[in-house]
Design a protein around this ligand. Structure first.
Ligand code: AMP
Ligand code: TRP
Length: 326
């Protein structure tokens, strides 16, 4: 199967990104053809620091490697270096109904947050994402729940193109993790954990030190009751901590609930802290290891770019021909 997914080189990746996206990718890499992209052209649709973008791309590549992606098996590359993504996005714009773009939840959220910068890129973001996916005849897109709507739209756009110009694109499906698709903010467990939340205590970054992890979990919002029970509606904070414990330990929620039953909130937090610190240790170690190996990282990205371009060029040839442009 052909698999494609991407992450923006913005902010620090957190455990939500890991469980929602990257961890699923690992399971795919052995038996499928995978492309994992660092989507810098998506990242520039909100205000960003141009000087830091390159550093952010290196950091994300290190995270991919630290998580266990094998660059011999999968294609790791930077979106902007394969120009076919932008070309296809433009062409797909011409078959994308405006109404579909206006109804995207992420667009509505981001436009609200960036009132002063409500740019067209923000609206067209899902079209570029559709181009990323359709360009490689992707069958499966492993993402967190929040991206499901965008993958559905990619499918709609692909279908519309096929109907208009003839069978060209494979129609993709998203693949959501069965559990942990949505890790919530530690400060406000009704909201998802997010890279762009100004409150740093709301998320655990993959490179956080043991001290930082401990502090953040200690201050995680819970409730005024005393029982440990999974109930997303009534006990969002405790449920989020239980989820984090469950996804790190690989134990089913019923088992975790049983294990924690009767314990104090402090004991639960200590257990979550301990397992998080231990589980993220390879990320901290590998970051040290790769930090001074810029040349190696660049080599991986160059190789990935070359392999991605070969596929992208072939597909674009077909698309141009179908659309009657040369
Ligand atoms: P982003 O942070 O928007 O670049 O998202 C990168 C990937 O992580 C996407 O597949 C998202 O669906 C996933 N993701 C982001 N935040 C969370 C979260 N709080 N819980 C689970 N998955 C998430
Ligand atoms: N929009 C995705 C996110 O914020 C990132 C992304 C861009 C992506 N292109 C993609 C994910 C293609 C999957 C497939 O998470």
């Amino acid at each position: 199967m052909r698999i494609f997914s991407g992450i923006q080189p913005t902010g620090d990746l957190h455990i939500g990104n890991y469980f929602g996206a990257i961890k699923q990718w690992l399971d795919f890499q052995h038996e499928n053809e995978c492309l994992f992209c660092i989507v810098d052209l998506h990242a520039i649709t909100v205000p960003y620091d141009a000087k830091k973008l390159k550093e952010r791309i290196t950091e994300k590549t290190i995270i991919y490697l630290a998580a266990g992606l094998d660059p011999e098996k999968v294609i790791i590359f930077v979106q902007s270096r394969v120009k076919e993504h932008t070309e296809l996005a433009w062409l797909l714009n011409t078959v994308t109904p405006l109404g579909e773009l206006y109804r995207m939840t992420q667009f509505k959220d981001k436009a609200k947050k960036n009132k002063k910068n409500e740019n067209a890129g923000l609206l067209n973001y899902p079209v570029l994402m559709a181009a990323d996916i359709l360009l490689y005849d992707t069958q499966v897109v492993p993402v967190g729940e929040d991206q499901n709507q965008h993958v559905e739209l990619a499918r709609t756009i692909g279908k519309k193109f096929n109907q208009t110009f003839g069978e060209t694109f494979v129609l993709p499906k998203s693949k959501l993790p069965s559990f942990g698709a949505r890790i919530m903010s530690l400060s406000d467990p009704k909201k998802k954990m997010s890279k762009s939340d100004p409150d740093e205590k709301s998320r655990i970054s993959l490179f956080d030190s043991p001290k930082e992890i401990e502090k953040k979990i200690k201050s995680a919002v819970t409730d005024t009751q005393k029982t440990i029970k999974y109930d997303k509606e009534k006990k969002p904070g405790i449920s989020n901590l239980l989820t984090i414990y469950s996804v790190f330990s690989g134990e089913k929620m019923e088992k975790v609930e049983k294990e924690m039953k009767g314990k104090s909130y402090k004991a639960l937090k200590d257990a979550v802290s301990e397992i998080t610190i231990a589980s993220l240790e390879p990320f901290r170690r590998k970051r040290e290891e790769f930090f001074s190996r810029d040349v190696y990282i660049e080599e991986i990205l160059k190789q990935g770019e070359k392999r991605a371009r070969t596929l992208a060029e072939a597909k674009m040839g077909e698309v141009r021909k179908k659309m009657g442009i040369s």
